[in-house]
Design a binder for this molecule. Sequence first.
Ligand SMILES: [Zn+2]
Length: 329
Amino acid sequence: MAINIEIDRFRFDDFSETGKHTIFLEISPAGSGEQIGIPLLIANGRQPGKTLVAFAAVHGDELEGVQAIQDVFRRLDTDGMTGRFIAVPVANVPAFRSVQRSSPIDSLNLARTFPGRKDGSVTERIAYYLSELIISQADFFIDLHSASASLMPTMAGYDASGTEAAKASKEAAFRTGMPVVWGHPDVGPGRTLCAAIMRGIPWLYVESPSGRRVSNVELPYYVSSLLNLLGHLKIIDREAPSFVPKLHLFGSGDVDRTQSVNVSGFFVQRVNLLDHVENGQLVGEVRDLFGEVLEEVRTMSSGIVAVLRSEALVSPGDPVCLVAELLSD
Ligand SMILES: [Zn+2]
């Protein structure tokens, strides 16, 4: 049974015994009847070592990571562990309860809210505590997402910014076993990753083409990514060889900067995810009720289609496509 603790009273030092601890960190609700807080899982090994911090459901409709964290936490044998696994299976509880990307309370996207504010709205407060209290504990941080409105490959994204932490990030990405590995020279503002970057903590995130459900095709990649990372960090006894991914991509992964449409309508795809495309190639078209083409969307560079709109109905500003550079190594 999880114990409830008011979040400002919580200290990791009070839960440093070997074994597993499950805690609900209460953030006082802003007038709402439903309890708001952060579910926290701590698995302390018998020996001191590194700390892996993992989050899932930063977006409330991205669910593989939730199950993967729960499954991995359950199977860990803390007597054989060296270091800690600290995980938040559901980072944005209000969004998760309504199975939506952003919070139903303040409409904020938690993945655009970091580092948050202690005296802010509910989502800003969640971001603040996730950053200050939990990410700050990490020697390595991983954020488990899955794509809902867009298709994304089953992948690990790493830090290709050239810093010292970025080297550790890249090395770890190749040990996850994810079929696609994608290096990003920069990260958009407000992400969980920004809270790791500002502390010099290496990070990864993962994605897959899912959302609103747990895909049994994708779930094993999440579980093995977590276990491989725990092995790589020497927290558990597990071989973590370097895998050769199917594709190694490079470029901005900022979905806020993808090509978007200017009109409302019915989006018809003309390419598939992970297709190789030329500059100026037709990605898709927006049609009206009669099938007339209102807008064509074309690529602005050659490369690999790494993000593609999956929902058919679009409104002005909706992102539809992001092309990444293919690295041959
Ligand atoms: Zn997400």
